[in-house]
Write a protein that binds this ligand. Sequence first.
Ligand SMILES: [Zn+2]
Length: 110
Amino acid sequence: MSDQAGALPPVEAPQNHDQCCAQMAYAITADDLAFHYSARLREYGIDYKGGGSFQEIEYCPWCGKKLPPPLTEEWYDRVRELGFENPWLVEDDDLPEELRTDRWWKQAGL
Ligand SMILES: [Zn+2]
């Protein structure tokens, strides 16, 4: 038996997080996990090997709670309202600061 794929001990989760559990709070900030999280779009997922895309997940893989729905379409709508026809082509520098982060949907209570 190989022990190469052994599980790592529990991680030190960030304090004062607003995620469903400590493991998720860690996962969304960890660079070494194949975990996708977009704060501005509130998208949770598992990255494909090799990158480029991800599989969206609806439930937390650690605690099992249902995750809040993604806000991809709402974000696109807000960027379009600013006059951008193709929101996915807009550079971050051209966006108001709150639309670059999770601030817009937290402020809106979404
Ligand atoms: Zn969780």
